[in-house]
Design a protein around this ligand. Structure first.
Ligand SMILES: [Ca+2]
Length: 444
């Protein structure tokens, strides 16, 4: 027994030292949903499930859900196999689809399809930090139930199995880990706000999120939303307001970069023509490639029906940013959260004596949120807050902008805007080409 223990100790030491120290170790917070046809996750508490009178409505928006998380995970595990990155752990979160179904996808992809049962896959958040488009919950006394702070409703409730594992893996890791946040920010916010000391073990957080100040975001001329932030702006605010976020490098992949390769004429397209898998192929590689391709067909057709072209990569930008940072043009920026007044659910929304709206919902004068307004559709205008990056470093301003304390709004938090690194473009046309070649080589 003693000898066996010693041998296993030696082999685990040898295994640990077999990774060159400069290979980045990464942890995924992901809403992986490849092949799932469902509603977006956690609809019961998310913006589009409630009418303006807070009547529950069945969510009829069933659709083939996003495939880019699974492409990213598969690519990361392929890069791991050739020693370019080390995948530490995977923490699924609600987002593209409900968490339970996503767990099935994540486990299958990691443990069966890629045969990496050594990599832990543990469930994270089932739902948002707090109700986003609802009145703040109150005590019988009339006081608001506080969301923020160490005794707030978020901190006392958000620790789930996935967050506990993130904490444990970081604490015991022999080197800092980069967190790739490619889903709603709930779990990463929970980790940073409830265990701020963990900052020493996080080398960087790379987030697929944000728009540049004044930037309208669209695909082939159709307005889209910044999904990862939209799903839980309260968690996003708590994350960016946390003390730990002031000390951990945070890199945002803004839509001005990630949106480029989904546009007609500049599309990176995933299909059986562009993705070939490794040479020579193995039964395992063929199984993996075929499954990724076949399960993505409904999503690609769905996307094409809306935007006219298939969907390009999004989450894969974060993985490329950690392995090949030189591909992208990144710079210092200031991140802040712009609340979007006045939604129709707000008590401040102008109404006449009978309580009827006196202007078009979501389209109040001087609304500072981009892409709001009835011309862009109700769903887009229901976005309660946006994550914005300014490239003007001179006047940081406050982190939370807009009027707090009305329905659906974010705690004030009293923080200044957060210095971040924001990636806005490819480093060059050849970097754009190399990005495409690397995605095609390693996505299978
Ligand atoms: Ca995602």
């Amino acid at each position: 027994m003693g000898m066996l223990f010693l041998m296993s100790l030696i082999s685990s030491v040898a295994l640990a030292s077999s990774y060159p120290t400069d290979v980045p170790r990464i942890m995924f917070s992901t809403d992986v949903a490849n092949g799932i046809i469902s509603t977006h996750g956690a609809q019961g508490s998310s913006p589009v499930s409630f009418s303006t009178t807070a009547t529950y409505q069945r969510d009829t928006a069933v659709a083939p859900q996003d495939v880019d998380d699974g492409f990213t995970l598969a690519m990361a595990l392929n890069l791991d196999a050739v020693g370019l990155v080390e995948v530490d752990s995977i923490i699924p979160t609600y987002g593209n689809a409900p968490l339970p179904e996503e767990m099935a996808v994540a486990l299958f992809l990691t443990h069966v399809m890629k045969q990496r049962s050594d990599i832990p896959v543990v469930p994270g958040a089932m739902a948002q930090a707090s109700q986003t488009l609802h009145a703040t919950s109150q005590w019988f006394s009339g006081a608001n139930i506080q969301i923020e702070g160490s005794g707030g409703s978020f901190a006392i409730s958000c620790r789930n199995s996935g967050v506990e594992m993130m904490y444990r893996r970081l604490v015991t890791s022999n080197k800092p880990i980069t967190i790739l946040a490619i889903g709603p920010l709930t779990d990463v916010a929970c980790l940073l706000t409830t265990s701020p000391e963990i900052k020493a073990k996080i080398s960087e957080i790379i987030i697929l999120d944000s728009r540049l100040e004044g930037e309208s975001v669209s695909v082939n001329g159709k307005i889209v939303n910044d999904f990862n932030f939209r799903m839980d702006p309260i968690a996003g605010a708590l994350l960016f307001a946390s003390e730990a976020a002031r000390e951990i490098p945070i890199r945002l992949i803004s839509f001005s970069l990630s949106g480029q390769t989904s546009q007609a004429g500049d599309l990176i397209e995933f299909n059986s023509t562009t993705l070939k898998g490794p040479t020579p192929a193995t039964p395992e590689s063929q199984f993996s490639l075929n499954l990724l391709l076949e399960s993505s067909v409904p999503r690609m057709q769905y996307w094409e029906g809306i935007f006219g072209t298939p969907q390009g990569p999004f989450d894969q930008y974060t993985l490329a940013a950690v392995v090949w940072p030189e591909l992208f043009k990144c710079q210092a920026g200031i991140a802040y959260i712009q609340q979007c007044p006045y939604p129709a659910w707000s008590p401040l929304f102008p109404v006449d004596a009978d309580g009827n709206p006196t202007q078009e919902p979501y389209n109040a004068p001087e609304n500072p949120c981009m892409d709001h307004g009835t011309e862009n559709g109700k769903s887009l205008s229901e976005i309660s807050a946006e994550l914005v990056v300014s490239l003007n470093l001179n006047n940081p301003g406050s982190l939370i902008r807009g009027i707090t304390g009305i329905d659906g709004n974010i705690p004030k938090l009293n923080q200044s805007a957060l210095p971040v690194t924001v990636c806005t473009d490819f480093a060059s046309p050849s970097a754009r080409q190399l990005f495409q070649e690397l995605l095609y080589e390693y996505t299978w």
